[in-house]
Write a protein that binds this ligand. Sequence first.
Ligand SMILES: Nc1ncnc2c1ncn2[C@@H]1O[C@H](COP(=O)(O)OP(=O)(O)OP(=O)(O)O)[C@@H](O)[C@H]1O
Length: 249
Amino acid sequence: MKGSPSPALRAEGLVRTHHGESGPAHAVRGVDLCVRSGEFVAITGPSGAGKSTLLHLLGGLQRPDSGSIWLDGECTATWRETRWAVERRKRIGIVFQFFNLVSNLSVADNVELPALLAGASPKRARAERKALLAELGIEGKERSMPGELSGGEQQRVALARALVNHPPLLLADEPAGSLDSKGTREVMRLLSRFHERGQTIVLVTHDARLASAADRVISFFDGRTADDVALDSTPSRRPGTSGVLKLRD
Ligand SMILES: Nc1ncnc2c1ncn2[C@@H]1O[C@H](COP(=O)(O)OP(=O)(O)OP(=O)(O)O)[C@@H](O)[C@H]1O
C-alpha cells in the first residue's frame, strides 16, 4: 500500500451494549472495520442500527465491552480518558449532528479553543481559524455567537473546529442531519473537498446523497456490518454526483 503502511483506522471484534432503563441494547455486536489513509467511508443504516455508537467507539468517546481499535497501527486498548482526549486533539476531528458548539463562546473562540488546548500559540490558533473560516466561506462571522448563525453556518463552524488541528482522521456523525437540502449539499461539497486533499473520513449518515460522496459505503444493520460496497471512482465521477454502486471484488 502506498503511503502509511498501516490503515488509518482498524477495528476488530467491537462489541458494545448499552444498559438503559428499558434493558440492554446490543448496539454494536462484533464489528470489524479497516479504513485506509485518505479513504472516505460512509456508514449507513436504519435508525437504532448502532451507527452512532460505532462512531463513538472509534473516536474513544465510549469504550467497547470487547474488541480493539488501532489508529495508524497503534493499539488503543490501554488508553484511558485523558490519553484519548489528547490523541483526539491531535489525530481525530469529530463533527456531530447538532454541532455541539460552545454556546457562550464566539465563533472565533469555538474554532481556536482546540488549537490552544493542543498547545498552539494564540497567534497560530488565530491564523488557523482565519484560514479555515475563509475556506469554509464564513469569514466575517468570527464575533457572532453560535445561536446567531443558521444551521448550515453552525455546521461549517463545527467542521472548522474539528479540522483546526489538521487531524488525519475526521469522524462525522450525521453532519447534515439537521440541515435542509441546501445545507446538506454544502456539507457534501466540503467533505468532498477535504477528502480530495487526502483527509481520511468516516461518515455516519442516513442520507444517500451524502453517502454518494464516499469511496465506500458500509451498510449497518442491527449492530453489524451488513454490506460493504465500493463506489465507482472513475475519473469522470465528481464528488457530489451520485456514484454508481459497484460490488467490491
Ligand atoms: N446511552 C444509551 N443508553 C441506552 N441505550 C442506548 C444509548 N445510546 C444508544 N442506545 C441504544 O443503542 C441502540 C443503537 O443506538 P445508536 O444511536 O448507536 O443507533 P444509530 O444507528 O446511530 O441510530 P440513529 O440513526 O437514530 O441515530 C439503540 O437501540 C439505542 O436506543
